[in-house]
Write a protein of this length. Structure first.
Length: 136
């Protein structure tokens, strides 16, 4: 029965957008990062990202990107993808699924249209980087 299904709440695992210097491009670039701030590792990680919305009254969608990582240790982070500034006028969603222990966790991290910008950058409380956290 539905009432018997336990849906655990995602805590201490975060997707954030970080702006940092890119040695290859010789300039600052935007990246999506996954942070495991929990005391336990996470495993079988899948992240699906997409952007969608309207620009000048026209519906727009980005490609869908899928990322898989075998595990992420407690207190560690991993760079998920380089973000193109052209999608910042759209709502960006990162759908995260992972196992911790024997439980499956799932959460959507949403960055509304125009929420990723230099003006919204702040010091992230869980790492020595400037970035933006999701709003939902």
């Amino acid at each position: 029965m539905k009432k018997d299904i336990e849906i655990p709440e995602v805590k201490d695992v975060e997707v954030a957008v970080v702006k940092e210097y890119n040695e290859e491009f010789l300039q600052d670039a935007w990246y999506a990062y996954l942070f495991n701030n929990s005391p336990e590792p996470i495993e079988a990680i899948m992240i699906v990202s997409k952007a969608e919305g309207e620009i000048n009254g026209e519906k727009r969608n980005s490609s869908i990107f899928r990322h898989a990582f075998p595990s992420l240790a407690a207190g560690e982070s991993i760079k998920v993808e380089l973000l193109d500034e052209a999608i910042f006028d759209l709502s960006n969603t990162f759908m995260l699924t992972y196992f911790q222990g024997a439980k499956l966790y799932d959460k959507n991290f949403v960055f509304p249209a125009k929420s990723i910008s230099d003006e919204t950058l702040k010091k992230l409380p869980f790492v020595n980087k400037n970035g933006i956290t999701h709003t939902k």
